[in-house]
Design a protein around this ligand. Structure first.
Ligand SMILES: [Zn+2]
Ligand SMILES: [Zn+2]
Ligand SMILES: [Zn+2]
Length: 728
């Protein structure tokens, strides 16, 4: 290709002159959000910047990308795209880059990226010294009627060299790709990093699905910049870097201003990548930081948010009402049958949402029932071994509104609801499986069978393979739009839009766990799940004073702590407060800060046999072997006349010692003896707290809110060292 460039410059004086002129062109540098962008006064680009792109003008002019209308001197280098698509690389005679190419499709076909993104990746792979870019038909393309990519040499666009300073925060991992959101320069843009074309293409489709579609073109307005680079640290293999710039307008208002005030910049990939092209000298003089800010504000959609794929239902037959009609889908020979034809996968983006008939909610719970539900966003129908799977692609904020409305009481204190909106959003976006990436499973140490002496199990978020989350309590209860009505919850979500907690200013999104009541001190992650800990989930004394953290892993200290009722935010029995935090407060006890459960010998040995599958015989002893920072037992020795075994971690202990779940594993045991039998006649469990106790304490946070703490101070209290970061 470089040979083509040299040949063209030798044979085409007009093009050669413009490339020469480029070397003496006037530019100025402006610092834009920490990135030094350049403004280029480039009169030759008037042909593109000032081009009329309305349908009538396009129709009236001969297409300059069609072979028959090109200048006689212009040579073409054939390039094979994927699936037989054919392109030609041409030297661009109106350059911005020191080497600048246009790569049109051979045939005259509209500018639409759908189906052609793999060709962009192939170009980036074939020409690693080039940045490949795409300008959508309403996003800077001056030939919206003829499909084309462009390429310019690497190292020219500031965005490329400043890529790492864009501080992207990872929000999703589809396969081997990572989708992140930029902060700094232009914040809120999706960026994809992927080692291979297949995962890059899958990640791009995911970003594409999250953007609103323009009715005029049937696809989102956007610019794309893509290149392939070897990591600076010499890490293994090259990576695709893809910056997607969602757009909301083709040209800014200053473009159309009266001549004495106008700045005719028609922003496209190159401009938004950090080199703003101005063909008119008086316009060039007017460009300053404020002008650039306004141009970006008016043309770039910086509120990109990830789309979540929610698995709604698996059934042999699906009935859906959308676009004013009733549609029936059936599973036939491993495919989706619809209107007499079969498909491997069907995707719809109905503008008014869709109604899915007979969605089963509360599966395996006592409220199990079927009802019609209304959803916004896209619908995908896939065949699976168990039936047709209905998947709803819904924007993160809409998803949160629905699940928080299901889970929370709208009468809860406002700052508490805001804090909860942030942790629910962080919890969701920190899921390692979001986007179908790496799996986090329940785990166990030692043999999983009950014949072992030590049964240590934990249950973390399990993976789904066809979608990100299911609509049931297994993930979070999601019931579409019908239940998303509470005004207070809507306000809390809007007030915290795009906000997450990150592990330090540039860190990953925090895995923000929460439970009902910590019991006075919050617990470490490793007490409940895998053997790892996070600085932002360090134990916290749940009070406002300077009370020192008690050493609750010590048995004597734990006993004293649990048998007393120390001051704490969650040490409250205010019924007004509790009724807003607990879903069915009327049916539940207020005694969760300190509680007591009593079993007779018969009750306990019977319970243990049924719940653990192990016959311990009459129980002689319950002895805590290891406690966490909150006093929760991590390993409990159960000694019976027939068997002795150690059980952990906290949830498994709670499951074994109760018909449903014991409030928490933070308890001490009093053994009751009657008569002179060596076998105890009963056991009294004195406990503290409700739930695993890691991260935010819901009762404590609500009490803080009622006492006037703001949501950010509540979050800073429970997640020490975390940063409140606005992703979009
Ligand atoms: Zn054409
Ligand atoms: Zn699930
Ligand atoms: Zn607490």
């Amino acid at each position: 290709m470089h040979n083509l460039f040299d040949r063209q410059l030798a044979a085409w004086p007009e093009a050669a002159r413009r490339y020469r002129d480029l070397q003496n062109i006037e530019t100025k540098e402006i610092d834009l959000g920490g990135m030094p962008v350049r403004v280029q006064f480039n009169p030759a680009r008037a042909v593109s910047t000032l081009a009329r792109t309305d349908a009538a003008a396009i129709k009236a002019r001969p297409c300059f990308l069609c072979r028959d209308n090109r200048p006689a001197q212009q040579e073409a280098l054939p390039f094979a795209g994927c699936d037989g698509r054919r392109y030609e690389a041409l030297v661009n005679p109106f350059p911005i880059f020191p080497e600048h190419y246009t790569v049109p499709a051979v045939e005259h076909t509209p500018q639409r990226i759908a189906g052609r993104f793999p060709d962009m990746l192939r170009l980036a792979e074939a020409f690693p010294d080039m940045v490949v870019f795409y300008n959508g038909p309403e996003s800077g393309a001056s030939a919206p009627d003829h499909f084309h990519f462009q390429m310019g040499c690497r190292g020219f666009l500031p965005v490329e060299t400043h890529f790492d300073r864009l501080r992207p925060v990872t929000v999703m991992r589809p396969g081997r790709a990572v989708i992140a959101v930029t902060s700094g320069y232009i914040s809120g843009l999706p960026v994809i990093t992927a080692p291979d074309g297949a995962s890059a293409a899958a990640a791009f489709l995911r970003v594409l699905r999250s953007l609103p579609v323009s009715p005029a073109t049937g696809e989102p307005q956007l610019n794309i910049l893509c290149w392939r680079e070897t990591p600076a640290d010499g890490g293994s293999g090259a990576l695709f870097r893809i910056l997607v710039i969602p757009r909301k307008a083709h040209r800014p208002s200053c473009y159309f201003a009266p001549e004495d005030r106008s700045v005719r910049i028609s922003p496209a990939s190159v401009d938004l990548g950090g080199v703003f092209i101005v063909p008119a000298e008086e316009d060039y003089r007017r460009v300053n930081l404020q002008v650039l800010r306004t141009i970006i504000q008016e043309t770039v959609n910086t509120s990109w948010q990830p789309v979540i794929d929610v698995g709604l239902l698996t059934a042999p037959l699906l009935r859906v009402r959308m676009n004013g009609g009733e549609e029936v889908f059936t599973l036939r020979n491993g495919q989706v049958e619809w209107r007499g034809r079969r498909y491997g996968r069907l995707e719809f983006r109905p503008s008014d949402g869709f109604v899915l008939h007979k969605v089963k909610i509360g599966i395996n719970f006592h409220w199990e029932r079927e009802e019609d539900q209304l959803f916004s966003g896209g619908l995908t129908i896939l065949p699976s071994e168990d039936g047709l799977v209905a998947i709803n692609s819904v924007l993160t904020e809409d998803y949160l509104l629905s699940v928080i409305s299901s889970e929370m009481n709208g009468d809860a204190p406002e700052e508490f609801l805001k804090a909860h909106a942030v942790i629910s959003r962080s919890w969701l976006l920190a899921r390692p499986t979001l986007g179908g990436g790496a799996t986090v499973e329940s785990g166990s140490r030692g043999a999983p069978d009950t014949s072992a002496d030590s049964i240590i199990r934990w249950y973390d978020r399990e993976d789904h393979t066809l979608f990100d989350v299911c609509a049931d309590d297994h993930c979070q209860r999601y019931q579409g739009l019908l239940r998303a009505g509470n005004a207070n919850i809507r306000r809390a979500i809007e007030a915290t839009r795009g906000m997450v907690l990150t592990d330090g200013p540039d860190g990953a999104i925090c895995d923000t766990r929460f439970s009902k009541c910590c019991g006075g001190v919050s617990e470490r992650f490793s007490a409940c799940w895998a053997d790892e800990d996070y600085a932002y989930l360090r134990p916290v004394r749940d009070s406002n004073g300077s009370d020192p953290l008690p050493e609750l892993s010590d048995e004597q200290t734990a006993r004293k702590w649990i048998l007393s009722s120390p001051e704490a935010f969650c040490n409250t029995s205010d019924p007004a407060l509790l009724s807003t935090v607990l879903n069915s407060y009327d049916q539940e006890t207020a005694d969760f800060y300190r509680w007591r459960v009593e079993y007779t010998q018969e009750q306990l040995s019977d319970l243990l046999r049924r719940r653990s599958g192990i016959d311990f015989g009459p129980v002689l002893e319950l002895r805590p072997l290891r406690r966490g920072a909150s006093g929760r037992i991590i390993e409990l020795l159960i000694r019976g006349t027939l068997r002795t075994a150690t059980v952990g971690k906290e949830l498994e202990i709670r499951r074994w010692l109760s018909e449903s779940h014991l409030y928490s594993s933070a308890f001490v045991v009093d053994t009751v003896h009657t008569g002179d039998s060596s076998i105890p006649s009963g056991f009294i469990l004195h406990g503290a707290g409700w739930g695993h106790g890691v991260g935010l304490c819901q009762i404590g946070a609500a009490a803080m809110s009622a006492r006037g703490y703001t949501f950010d101070s509540i979050l800073a209290h429970y997640f020490r060292g975390s940063c409140l970061t606005r992703l979009y």
